[in-house]
Design a protein around this ligand. Structure first.
Ligand code: HPA
Length: 251
């Protein structure tokens, strides 16, 4: 069963049928919200709204450990994360869908590991390729079969937020090789890896990052909601195809 984590603009999955909610508790505290079980085009999925159903949790307030733990606890086989981002690269303008393949982590002070405390040995995970290669490929293939254009490959820079970045910070991120900027990709991806859960992300560009494109002098927050609302129908089509293929691939 596929898990879908919805970000800004996707607190609910339209088209999800036969739904039931389940409150799951974890040793790491409570997830962002109850999990919603349902069917997307006849394929079973579990949905979690990263910021809570009422969008009340800021990126640094999200209990990423509880979220991923809860999903593993209910037996999901893979996690697809939808995340809204700012576009740094010129071809990543508002409304573009991107399947990133790399991450640069600028966050701090978040609980970013399950392996901590003096009662257990230190464990290091391999994170050379932070997204699951096979799940990424499935997502890119599903987008093609859904007839939706996605950019295959980009580096996602994760900032602490909740404020947006300065133009100089974005220039620095660009020099670092970042193509996209978001606030929630980490530690989510690393925690999924620690739990051996295949994880991939579908990034929805909501705006050009600070100082880029039409965000040269200001990032228009009013426009963001509009762009996300317009993109979500395309996101849903891709998710539905991915979920149906996930069902076919995992008996
Ligand atoms: N910066 C960081 N996170 C974001 C942005 C941005 O410009 N847009 C949407 N999420």
């Amino acid at each position: 069963m596929l898990a879908i984590i919805g970000g800004s603009g996707l607190a609910r999955l339209a088209g999800l049928t036969n739904t039931r909610r389940e409150v799951v508790r974890t040793p790491y505290g409570d997830p962002s919200c109850a999990l919603t079980f349902g069917e997307l085009d006849n394929s079973p999925i579990v949905f979690l709204a990263r910021h809570g159903y009422g969008h009340t949790l800021a990126p640094h307030e999200i209990n990423y450990r509880a979220n991923l733990w809860a999903l593993r606890q209910v037996g999901v086989s893979a996690v697809l994360a939808v995340a809204s981002v700012g576009g740094i690269r010129a071809d990543c303008g508002p409304g573009t869908l991107v399947v990133p393949d790399q991450i640069v982590d600028y966050t701090w002070g978040r609980n970013h590991s399950y392996f901590e405390g003096t009662d257990q040995p230190v464990i290091h995970i391999d994170f050379t390729h932070p997204y699951d290669v096979a799940l990424r490929a499935r997502l890119v293939g599903a987008a093609a079969r859904a007839g939706e254009a996605v950019i295959d490959g980009a580096t996602y820079g994760c900032t602490q937020g909740p404020r947006l970045e300065t133009a100089a910070e974005i220039r620095r991120m660009e020099r670092d090789g970042c193509d996209l900027v978001g606030m929630t990709g980490m530690p989510e991806a690393a925690l999924a890896r620690e739990l051996s859960l295949p994880y991939a992300s579908l990034a929805v560009v909501a705006n050009f990052a600070a100082g880029k494109g039409d965000s040269l002098s200001v990032v228009s927050l009013d426009a963001i909601e509009h762009v996300l609302a317009g993109a979500m129908a395309r996101v849903l089509k891709i998710l539905a195809v991915t979920a149906s293929e996930q069902g076919a691939n995992t008996p």
